[in-house]
Ligand binder design. Structure first.
Ligand code: HEC
Length: 483
């Protein structure tokens, strides 16, 4: 014990650890009675971030960055039990981080904690928010399955709408004119080096400023911030009723942070990581990948707005949102902080949350949303196990038709149900439709070999009303169907 103490004294003397860590740990924080638990959201976001760092490093040691191997390496990782838990933790960690950072931003905005002297804390927080969203986005692409691949394409297409630099930006995102191995390397570098470097830097700035300026006191109506007197007033307040951060307030952060990490772990073990989709296939021109849940609402928004407004929504809405976040502390650095005196802030938060909730709900349930995870049609639906009809059913699945078309209860419902297409359409009509495409259906004129087309048509012609509700066809229909 004595020698441990001596060792510590020696270490502390040389490094100055206790001098450096003491003040930040024991700096006084407001001792408000009611709103204490609001203050744990930021540190909980940090806890989720640390989970991401640890699991991310572990995953990257088995992940292969190559268009040909990324998918298989993830399959391999998910196949081992440790890998599956790590992938799960990385996924639920990102989920937790997005939810927590969102709540943290809402809390800070409602309490107007961005006012003097904490404007730069807010601005560094904006960088952290955008960085977190970019991490979620780039991470999804690293899966390099059908969904990840097409998300990269859609991202490039959307960036391409930016005025003037759009073309360049699209090229930059794809690292070339078409998505491929270079695209994946680019997203990997962004996800593993660039964005984390920015996050680490700004987390340091953010935390330093929290210690320097102190945690904002819970706002009271009728107690406006005046930059000329605020510091003196805050100092006096802390003298009167402040408590040291460690241990009086920190246990709450620690406790909540542990709950977050535990929840992430349990979800990873019990629910497991998200399914990896089908391997990417550039010839499947299904136009709408389905993003992870946190971007689903945005995807739904883009699908539901009229075509003419798309460019505006893709370019202007994010730009306005970011400008608003940056301008906020610069335009309103003083004045009332209480949300009761800033009713518009409450209206804005309710509006944003319900709009996102609404589009999210649409994204989960709406008929237009393609079912990327529809399983291949089972033999009981196809009716035969070999021959042209069975081959056609395979083409129907492989070419992504099933993402949008339902057959006997399988597949998406973005396009018409094709369970009885043999009763409704002739071969020629089907060919026309396949070659010309439609408003929400890609054209397949260059994407089907004659052989594939023929078996596909055989399959579609074999679909009859009797199968629609998975009723086994009456013998007479079977007899008619036989060639
Ligand atoms: C991105 C979604 C999507 C994909 C993928 C897709 N379709 Fe479609 N399909 C649609 C939509 C939407 C319509 C309705 C178009 C319209 O308004 O006429 C449609 C219409 C059709 C029709 C006409 C149906 C009718 O009742 O009028 C046929 C047949 C068809 N698709 C077959 C296919 C086949 C075969 C494939 C795969 C090679 C395929 N579709 C892939 C969305 C899709």
């Amino acid at each position: 014990m004595r020698s441990l103490k001596r060792l510590w004294a020696w270490f502390d003397d040389i490094t100055g650890t206790s001098k450096a860590l003491g003040p930040p740990l024991t700096h006084p924080v407001p001792n408000a009675r009611k709103s204490r638990w609001f203050y744990v959201l930021g540190s909980a976001t940090l806890a989720a971030f640390l989970v991401q760092v640890v699991t991310g490093i572990a995953l990257s040691s088995s992940y292969v960055t190559g268009a040909g191997q990324a998918y298989d390496s993830l399959r391999f990782i998910s196949g081992t039990s440790l890998g599956s838990v790590l992938r799960g933790m990385h996924y639920y960690g990102s989920t937790a981080m997005i939810i927590l950072i969102g709540l943290h931003v809402i809390r800070v905005y409602l309490m107007a904690a961005y006012k003097y002297p904490r404007q730069v804390s807010w601005l560094s927080g904006v960088v952290l928010l955008l960085g977190t969203l970019l991490m979620a986005f780039t991470g999804q692409i690293l899966r390099w399955d059908q969904g990840g691949f097409w998300t990269a394409v859609v991202a490039a297409e959307q960036a391409g709408r930016t005025p003037l630099i759009g073309n360049w930006l699209g090229h930059f995102i794809l690292a070339g004119a078409t998505p491929g191995g270079a695209t994946l390397s680019r997203f990997f570098a962004a996800h593993v080096f660039f964005i984390p470097a920015v996050l680490f830097t700004f987390i340091a700035v953010h935390l330093y400023l929290v210690v320097r300026n102190g945690i904002s006191e819970p706002p009271k109506a009728g107690q406006p911030v005046d930059p000329r007197t605020y510091r003196r007033w805050y100092h006096a307040l802390m003298q009167r009723e402040g408590v040291p951060f460690w241990p009086d307030a920190a246990w709450r952060d620690l406790f909540f942070g542990c709950i977050v990490v535990l929840a992430i772990f349990l979800l990873a073990v019990i629910v497991g990581p998200p399914e990896i989709g089908k391997p990417p296939d550039p010839t499947i021109i299904q136009a709408s990948p389905r993003p992870d849940w946190y971007f689903l609402w945005y995807f739904a928004l883009l699908s539901l707005i009229p075509n003419w407004s798309e460019t505006f929504v893709i370019v202007a809405v994010p730009a306005i949102f970011i400008l608003f976040l940056i301008a906020l502390p610069l335009v309103a650095p003083k004045g009332e902080r209480s949300p009761l005196r800033r009713p518009w802030s409450i209206v804005l938060v309710i509006f944003m949350v319900s709009a996102i909730g609404y589009y999210w709900h649409e994204g989960v349930l709406a008929p237009w949303s393609p079912h990327m995870d529809a399983p291949p049609l089972p033999e009981s639906v196809v009716g035969v196990s070999s021959g042209p009809i069975a081959d056609g059913a395979k083409v129907f699945y492989d070419k992504g038709c099933e993402f949008c078309h339902r057959i006997s209860g399988y597949g998406g419902i973005r396009g018409p149900d094709l369970s009885d297409s043999g009763d409704r359409m002739t071969r020629a009509e089907m060919v026309t439709r396949l070659y010309s495409g439609a408003a929400n259906m890609p054209s397949y004129s260059n994407n089907l070999t004659p052989q594939e087309l023929n078996t596909l048509l055989d399959f579609l012609q074999s679909r009859h009303r009797a199968y629609k509700y998975k009723i086994s066809p009456p013998p007479i229909a079977q007899a008619l169907r036989a060639p």
